[in-house]
Design a protein around this ligand. Structure first.
Ligand code: B12
Ligand code: SF4
Length: 465
């Protein structure tokens, strides 16, 4: 059996190419444990060439919402060639009704076990002569007369430690610089815009021993300079965090790599800083979302306030940790004044770096429900209109804000200018002792300013430093 797994990404957008899909790496590892003889290839480009050279028996496609149109194109290509294609990942999970006919079926939710059942089925019926057998596999979205329907729900994997480490060898990544891994799945909070917390439902943890074994292997094999924990909320469980830090130090890994991760402002306190102290932290990323109390309440409920956010930034930066804040503007009832409060918050904060996004309605979230009520989205839409990049065309993308688009664009410009001002300040501060470095960085700064506002990912931010 040969299986081609494709991550449907947009190569024109640098952020999509920074990291390959560990999700597909997990699927590959799980399949190889059950079917050692299976041949798997993971790609994110040149699908037609890969099909011709690899000649897979089936193709599995992974897609986020904004790239679902690309996923459908890949499904159509497979159908034309006569290879069964199926789709999985966050979009089809949160909007199974959108299963297009280009895919024979979809896989919803966590899929390490489902993919094993799917491949077992494909091995016995490669031409899908009895597709009704798919009804017996839990975790699938299948076509039916009226609308796509779900087979029974597959329970979440009870013990995360039972999942094999992702198959990094198959992922085409420049790992020596930086890479990422997971120590948990899910988040205890329910922010209105967040698809992830709806996808994973509840939080589960890999054990500290599992986590540090994976870190140890990644560091030993690839020798990255930095590791990012891409957990939704790495610091949510303090006793476990303390044990992870202790094991990292016991193995001497704290001397070999820097660490980066996401944190929530309400969890930042002296105790957390004490626990994190032994680690060399390159950057902590916090979804601060807004400087306006009203907007924050809409986006995050009552578990956040601008004062708490400011306090968290001060505590972390006071401990010498770089902090990147992310913000969201354009909530349905947000006023221009409230957006300007966010700009003021940023100006008064000690944030090392920040990003501002326009609110995007991801399927499965309360924001998506609002967008449906406003008639802005549907189950069969142009998915590229859910583009997250704030520089994308405001005329085509879905916007919930009532502020005119040209004004929104001007407001985004104000944030862009503040970002450039900060970069320059940071550059001068960090380059004080090395004039040549400052000159080199100034050159790149001017180039970037002319080229326009550039999105900075945690990985890029680290590289820029
Ligand atoms: C790490 C990450 C990134 C990384 C790496 C992305 C990558 N190459 O996979 C980077 C920084 C590059 C990134 C970029 C973006 N991301 Co991102 N990212 C994540 C994050 C935090 C983890 C993803 C992950 O690896 N999870 C762990 C694995 C195990 O889960 P998984 O990938 O979902 O895979 C499992 C199942 O979904 C399933 N599965 C997945 N694919 C397939 C395919 C088949 C065939 C099958 C059978 C099953 C299957 O099996 C896997 C194992 O159980 C998630 C949030 C989260 N915690 O999940 C957001 C998330 C996926 N990202 C999101 C977004 C919006 C983006 C961007 C659009 C952001 C931007 N500014 O442009 C881009 C788009 C990139 C893309 N892939 O197209 C949203 C997607 C929402 C949506 N409905 O579309 C999420 C959910 C966060 C959120 N805002 O809620 N991202
Ligand atoms: S804290 Fe982060 S991961 Fe958790 S629900 Fe909010 S945005 Fe999502």
């Amino acid at each position: 059996m040969r299986l081609l797994l494709v991550n449907a990404i947009n190569h024109a957008r640098p952020i999509e190419t920074v990291y390959p899909s560990l999700g597909l790496g997990y699927l590959s590892a799980s399949l190889k444990r059950h079917f050692p003889e299976i041949e798997i290839k993971i790609i994110d480009r040149e699908v037609e060439q890969a099909i011709k050279s690899f000649m897979p028996d089936a193709v599995g496609v992974s897609s986020v919402s904004q790239n679902f149109g690309r996923a459908i194109e890949i499904g159509a290509l497979c159908r034309k060639i006569g290879i069964p294609a199926f789709v999985g990942g966050v979009h089809i999970t949160l909007l199974p009704e959108s299963l297009p006919e280009e895919f024979v079926f979809g896989v919803y939710g966590e899929a390490e076990d489902t993919i094993v059942d799917v491949v077992r089925y494909l091995m016995t019926d490669p031409k899908l002569k009895t597709p009704t057998a798919l009804n017996n596999i839990p975790g699938l979205v299948i076509h039916s007369e009226v609308r796509p329907k779900l087979t029974t729900l597959r329970p979440l994997i009870a013990k995360l430690d039972s999942i094999p480490f992702p198959d990094r060898a198959l992922l085409d990544i420049p790992i020596e610089e930086t890479t990422y891994l997971f120590t948990s799945r899910g988040c205890p909070y329910k922010c209105a815009f967040c698809a992830s917390t709806r996808f994973w439902d509840k939080v589960r943890w890999f054990s500290p021993e599992y986590v540090v074994e994976e870190i140890s292997r990644v560091v030993g094999i690839y020798k990255p300079r930095a590791l990012s924990f891409y957990d939704d909320l790495f610091v949510a469980n303090l006793p476990r965090l303390e044990r992870i830090v202790q094991l990292i130090c016991d193995k001497g890994i704290d001397k070999k790599v820097k660490f980066g991760f996401a944190c929530r402002a309400n969890l930042v306190n002296e105790n957390l800083i004490r626990i994190l102290k032994p680690l060399d932290i390159s950057m902590i990323c916090m979804g601060l979302e807004s400087g306006s109390k009203n907007t924050l309440e809409y986006l995050k409920g009552e578990s956040a306030s601008p004062e708490q956010n400011m306090h968290a930034v001060e505590l972390l930066t006071g401990a010498g940790i770089n902090v990147q804040g992310t913000f969201i503007i354009g909530s349905p009832d947000e006023t221009e004044n409230e957006i300007l409060q966010t700009l003021e918050f940023i100006k008064h904060s000690k944030l090392t770096n920040f990003e501002v996004y326009l609110l995007t309605p991801f399927p499965g979230t309360p924001v998506w429900d609002s967008a449906i009520k406003m008639g802005l989205v549907s189950n069969r839409m142009d998915w590229s209109r859910l583009e997250v990049d704030s520089r994308s065309d405001l005329e085509t993308r879905v916007i919930l804000s009532k502020i005119p688009k040209n004004r929104l664009s001007e407001l985004l410009g104000l944030f862009a200018r503040e970002k450039q001002r900060r970069r320059l300040k940071y550059l001068l501060r960090t380059g004080m002792h090395n004039p040549l470095l400052v000159l080199a960085k100034m050159r790149s700064f001017v180039f970037k300013s002319v080229a326009g506002w550039r999105r900075t990912t945690p990985a890029q931010a680290r590289r820029d430093k």
